[in-house]
Design a protein around this ligand. Structure first.
Ligand code: MRU
Length: 369
């Protein structure tokens, strides 16, 4: 995507092939800063501290983290300890495990002297593939958007509600849930997006609003509790979100609050779509209740970050001193509440049958979990 007339991805290798650079997402929308990750530890810290975030980008960064580790120790033990360090960074997005498994499986058969170059090549491929996969998600979603727009039978904008940030910042480029929005906008369809702020870290307010604004897509920021009201009053034509892990039966785990939006959409007969790359499907988990849910520092709830009038980024406290807080970062939306899954292989029902029809090679018992 373009930032000030220059095309960016969210992660890219440096010319010398010894490091990667990423956009520091903790500073957006107030500052656009690039960070250099030179070793395993800096890649792991970037994921942990949410310099980079979003399921596909977490996977891509982990792949480069493992590749960077191979410059230092390309032994079997080096692979295992880099894998463990990266795997421990964040628990919910399954793309992390997918990318680490993919690299480990390719590197172990090689002699150590070949591993760094092979890991570097594969990490780059994972990034390129993610861009293509997200582009395909965009195309599949665009068909649904066209249908919804045609069905409105009036020349009014298609009103779409999204939660968190599932845009290009969450992937390598394009995004998942936002990819069809960008494609519809590029195609000349009038689209208006309701952007949930997405407390506590405000990925909607900080990242989705910034992305959509840069691309010229009409949008309005709303607090997280507004969605139900908008849906009751006919102000939402469809909802679309991303997912950090999708089970074999189509349950989706996404940013906390997604479930409530799906319930409101069901109650108001509004389509609730979930966009995902194949790397987000966890075929080893059937029931969404078995997905590990990240619990983060309560300080993200009792405090909030923003820019003051002098333009300085500051954190301020919004709860009484010592207030205990609970900070669950994700929730599970059962398949029954999902109108359809939008994948890189097309659109399917959120069910085992629907997923297996699109991914026949992953039918029960076939292939690694
Ligand atoms: O905690 P985050 O910012 O990593 O959470 C991101 C989300 O929940 C996204 O919606 C999800 O990763 C899907 S993005 C393609």
């Amino acid at each position: 995507m373009q930032v000030d007339g220059r095309h960016y991805r969210t992660i890219w290798p440096t010319a010398d092939g010894r490091a990667v650079e990423v956009i520091d997402q903790r500073r957006l929308p107030h500052a656009f800063e690039i960070l250099r990750l030179e070793d395993l530890e800096s890649a792991a810290r970037a994921i942990e501290t949410m310099v980079v975030r979003g399921a596909p980008l977490i996977g891509a960064t982990a792949a480069y983290g493992l590749a960077l580790a191979m410059h230092v120790d390309a032994s079997d033990h080096g692979i295992a300890s880099a894998y463990d360090r990266l795997f421990r960074t964040r628990p919910t997005a399954v793309n992390l495990r997918w990318a680490l498994d993919d690299l480990r499986q390719r590197l172990l058969p090689l002699v150590p002297g070949e591993r760094a170059a092979a890991a570097w090549r594969r990490a780059a491929e994972i990034c390129d593939e993610d861009v293509e996969v997200c582009r395909r998600i965009g195309e599949a979603g665009l068909e649904l958007f066209r249908k919804a727009y045609a069905e409105k039978g009036e020349k009014k904008p298609l009103r779409v509600l999204t939660h968190c940030n599932a845009g290009w910042l969450a992937t390598v480029d394009w995004g998942t849930a936002l990819a069809p929005i960008y494609m519809a906008h590029n195609d000349g369809m009038p689209v208006e997006v309701w952007v949930d702020e997405t407390r506590p870290r405000n990925q909607g307010a900080a990242l989705t609003a910034w992305e959509l604004g840069r691309h010229g897509v009409r949008h309005r920021l709303i607090v997280d509790n507004v969605g139900g009201h908008l849906m009751q009053h006919g102000l939402v034509d469809l909802c679309i979100v991303g997912t950090d892990r999708t089970t074999a039966r189509g349950d989706v785990c996404n940013k906390i609050g997604t479930y409530l939006k799906a319930l409101a959409a069901k109650a108001n007969n509004i389509p609730f779509y979930v966009a995902l790359p194949y790397t987000t499907i966890d075929w080893s988990v059937e029931n969404g209740a078995d997905i590990p849910i990240e619990e983060r520092d309560g300080r993200e709830v009792t405090h909030i970050w923003g820019k003051d009038e002098e333009g300085v980024l500051r954190e301020v406290q919004i709860a009484p001193d010592e207030t205990p807080a609970a900070n669950y970062a994700f929730d599970v939306t059962p398949a029954e509440l999902v109108s359809a899954l939008i994948t890189d292989r097309g659109v399917c029902e959120a069910s085992r049958e629907g997923l297996e029809e699109l991914f026949p090679e992953r039918q029960a018992g076939v292939g690694p979990a």
